[in-house]
Write a protein that binds this ligand. Sequence first.
Ligand code: HEC
Ligand code: HEC
Length: 348
Amino acid sequence: MNQQNTTDKLLAIINKLVIIIVILVAGIVAMLYLFSKSSKDDIIASNQKDTKQIVTTDTNHYWQPKDLNLITDKALKEKVEYGRELLAHTATYLGPNGTVSKSTNGLNCQNCHLNAGTVIFGNNYGSVNSLYPKFRARSGTIENLYKRVNDCIQRSLNGTAIDSNSKEMQSITAYINYIGSDVEKGKKAVGSGFKDLGYLDRAANIKNGMAVYEAKCQSCHQPDGKGMLNATKNEFIYPALWGDHSFNDGAGLYRISNFAKYVKYNMPQGTTFKNPVLSDEEAWDVAAFVNSQPRPHKNVPNDWPDISKKPVDHPFGPYSDIFSEQQHKYGPFKPIADAQKKKETAKK
Ligand code: HEC
Ligand code: HEC
């Protein structure tokens, strides 16, 4: 009986031990499971953090035009909206059949300053309010915004200057200043103007450029480069790239670096700086081709009064260096830029 009792007790203890071991093992398994899950979550979380960081460094900081709907003053709002309208449909108001005056060649400002000057690296106006008035080496003077707008009217739109006090000039400048008014004075907005493009190590090639033009441009801008008018013939659907209704040879786009930068990041239509279609070579070559075609001439002998400040691709002499007009028009530009740099450091 005594022995039976002890065996029973032993069995009970073993039973308890087994239960404890089972519970312990279950506990350990559960803990291991939870631990592995939480560390997986940590990895996922930290991965997500990494992607988020990559995404933010890539897309933030680009300039955003200030929203026109935030204007509470009714008179100002009307003025700014009319300014936007003038940039989008310049020809309707100021073109050859303009309803306000016949001051320009039929292009719209936004043909070159996309979406009324708001597109990142689409030659936008992000840094105008913050940086004007400013000194420009082209005129050798401090230019206010009226002068700058009339510069584009007289060159890019091959037209005649409009009065600073006119409703049109006042509205255009009010609009341009307004959309850039969130940018700190003296600062350049990120993504404003053009995106940089490296020089080729050769001269731009007109013949290659013609092939690019035929393959990727002429379906819209037409084989004769004269573009296509709309049905009422008061505005272009596809603007002229050369000929009587294009920019003249005093315009910014007549410098092939500007043309190449504009086209690389904005053409064919619908292209953005994030998905360029043309290679660098194609952009430079098509710039050389288009700017070798006939266009209106502007007599501007007083441009760059300090000739040593002429940009490497200013296509008109005299120059302060030994390079030819031909090389200043088509490149190679690296040797010119290097020589300029050398001179600058020698001065210091
Ligand atoms: C054929 C193309 C073209 C057209 C059309 C055009 N522009 Fe321009 N505009 C340019 C280029 C290119 C530049 C930059 C030139 C440079 O930096 O040398 C520029 C620069 C400017 C600037 C200075 C921007 C800055 O950040 O310094 C203003 C302001 C401007 N244009 C206003 C206008 C207005 C207003 C119109 C319409 C009346 C107009 N532009 C039409 C090509 C054009
Ligand atoms: C699908 C049609 C289309 C194609 C293809 C196209 N463009 Fe354009 N291009 C346009 C339109 C439309 C505009 C005016 C943009 C606006 O007003 O929003 C324009 C504007 C321009 C301008 C500035 C305005 C001017 O008249 O000077 C240049 C320069 C230009 N294109 C060059 C080119 C080049 C070079 C190619 C070929 C690589 C090309 N485009 C291909 C439709 C096109």
